[in-house]
Design a protein around this ligand. Structure first.
Ligand code: SAH
Length: 255
């Protein structure tokens, strides 16, 4: 968990910055605001992110420098509802409404490292949620296609990503079980909601040489995070990485 002093600092920083709502909304895209309060607020947020990376992520073994840099860059506090902002850099998942959650920072970093992103890769995410995982991944690949089944979340994430200049993320509202055949094959697939089996359409849409990370299991039993790799001759290799807890992958209709 975040130490209390850090949370107090974040509360103070966000309180001070709330006086500049427009600037806050585009924080990260702005490098020269002319306001020293806002600049020092940005510095404090950067310090919190840096502590998050050191204490929660690197300490648990994520070591890819590009992944750590992407986690240090992404303004997680702008991906959570205003009332959750003071907890944005806690070592935990947070509610984003519609009974859904933004994953714990460590899990986002772990999943990003497991799929070994390359600059030219085309990636697919199932479960856009807040857009945070897509934002982190988008800094490490060419394009991220992401599908969200709850329409309100899809629209919110699309707007947020646009406002924050994540121009290589494309959001679609729908059921991600069937993947996105029009843009397949994908070098990377990240699934951030748990089905009880691995969807065959996603395996089919993985490029030879591609990597997929997916939590598998039921809500009430154990879920395992699995890494699925398709080699150049299209052979599948599956490895179980860690026990995890994700919201279930919903099926059937869009919400
Ligand atoms: N990656 C998100 C967190 C995802 S929580 C983030 O970074 O914030 C899981 C999300 O998967 C929820 O928003 C949920 O609505 C969505 N989801 C569940 N079933 C889905 C499906 N079949 N297709 C697409 N999205 C789905």
């Amino acid at each position: 968990m975040m130490i209390p002093a850090a949370r107090d600092l974040l509360r103070a920083v966000l309180g001070a910055m709330a006086a500049w709502p427009v600037i806050l909304a585009i924080a990260g895209a702005v490098s020269c605001t002319g306001s020293s309060d806002v600049e020092s607020g940005q510095d404090s947020l950067a310090a919190l992110r840096s502590a998050m990376v050191t204490d929660q992520i690197a300490r648990r073994g994520v070591s890819d420098p590009r992944v750590l840099a992407a986690m240090r860059d992404a303004p997680r506090h702008l991906f959570v509802p205003p009332e959750a902002r003071t907890n944005a850099y806690d070592d935990s998942p947070l509610s984003i409404g519609h009974e859904q959650t933004i994953s714990q920072p460590y899990i986002v970093a772990l999943m990003t490292e497991l799929v070994r992103p390359n600059a030219g890769d085309r990636a697919l995410e199932i479960g856009t949620g807040s857009g945070y995982q897509a934002a982190v991944l988008s800094r490490l690949v060419a394009t991220v296609y992401t599908i969200e089944i709850v329409e309100a979340l899809a629209r919110e994430a699309e707007r947020r990503l646009k406002d924050l200049n994540y121009s290589n993320v494309i959001v679609r509202h729908g059921d991600g079980y069937a993947g996105w055949p029009e843009h397949a094959p994908f070098d990377i697939i990240i699934v951030t909601a748990a089905p009880d089996h691995i969807p065959q359409p996603l395996v089919d849409q993985l490029r030879p040489g591609g990597r997929m990370v997916i939590p598998v299991g039921s809500l009430y039993e154990r879920q395992d995070l699995r890494l699925i790799e398709k080699d150049v001759s299209a052979q599948i290799r599956t490895r179980t990485v860690a026990p995890v807890r994700f919201v279930p992958l919903r099926r059937g209709r869009a919400y």
